[in-house]
Design a protein around this ligand. Sequence first.
Ligand SMILES: Nc1nc2c(ncn2[C@@H]2O[C@H](COP(=O)(O)OP(=O)(O)OP(=O)(O)O)[C@@H](O)[C@H]2O)c(=O)[nH]1
Ligand SMILES: [Mg+2]
Length: 328
Amino acid sequence: MGYGPSIGKGVVSGMAGAASIEKPQMALRGENKLFKVSVIIPTMNEPAIGRVVDDARKALKHFDAEVIVVDKSTDDTARRAKKAGAIVVGQELSGYGDAYMTGFSLIAPDTDVVVMMDGDNTYDAYEIPMLIDPIIKGYADLCLGNRFARMEPGAMNARNMLGNKVITSTLNVLYGLRLKDSQTGFRAIKKTALDTLELVDNGMPFASEMIIDARKKSLRIVEVPVTYRQRIGEAKLKAYKDGPLILSLIIRMVRDYNPFAIFISVGGIMVLCSFVSGGFVVYEWLTTGVITRLALTMLTAMLFLSGVQVISFGLLADIILAALRKKR
Ligand SMILES: Nc1nc2c(ncn2[C@@H]2O[C@H](COP(=O)(O)OP(=O)(O)OP(=O)(O)O)[C@@H](O)[C@H]2O)c(=O)[nH]1
Ligand SMILES: [Mg+2]
């Protein structure tokens, strides 16, 4: 099955890889009204923006579509985006997350689905109909494009790939997800679902915050395979700065989602350490009949009692959260 322009011709049927349909019936949402799709593209000096906007508009010709570019460039990205038919707004503040929040505040009120994508030509805009298909069909609220499915050689360097694996595994373990690519920038979300999210992170961690909040709100999250190409222009992601920021957000947010997971890990480590230090004390006592290491004994007791306390606190937080969730 080929991708690219063939999908743009018809509107998609089924999940990724489904055959295209010649007649655009799927674009209708009833009463002859077309599905409204808002595509948001944040840009910071993106030489490929003209092509990206043009592809997105062509790919969505059977939909009621708008393409919004939120720009923070020092070059002529804004002019080229406008020329290609996008609505262009200048970003007052800065940051990837802030750009999306600006874009979300501008989408048409009757929008059905919001699409997020980069302005660097890494994603294939002709795959947008495939990305929004699970939402239009009604079995997903948030659809993520899994780039590992069709990744062009050299599109993602080894460092970013490793970072993505670490972040995605952490997210999966802490939030009970089974994602393959949590850091994808190619996403579609149902507008009514987007309205329920509480997103505040201005930077790159915004992408993870969105998934975590969607999970907290019990939204249906699915992944579809997408193409990932080499970027045109300079990368804006700063892996060594953004990676730790993303991980810390994931861990911070688990406190409200699944406090037991974080408290049991911390408390468990403390209790385990107390067993190790306590082992030395017990060994000395068994072999000599006396305890001379007073400091170590005190440390053991403190570690054990604090560990037990932390675990108990986690249990309590979990019970309170469960009661609050029931109430909501
Ligand atoms: N408006 C705006 N756009 C931004 C900002 N930071 C990044 N972007 C844009 O957000 C998109 C994603 O950034 P990228 O540099 O492509 O990050 P990435 O996709 O994680 O990294 P690559 O794999 O190298 O593409 C691009 O279109 C950027 O131009 C920002 O502060 N403001
Ligand atoms: Mg990119």
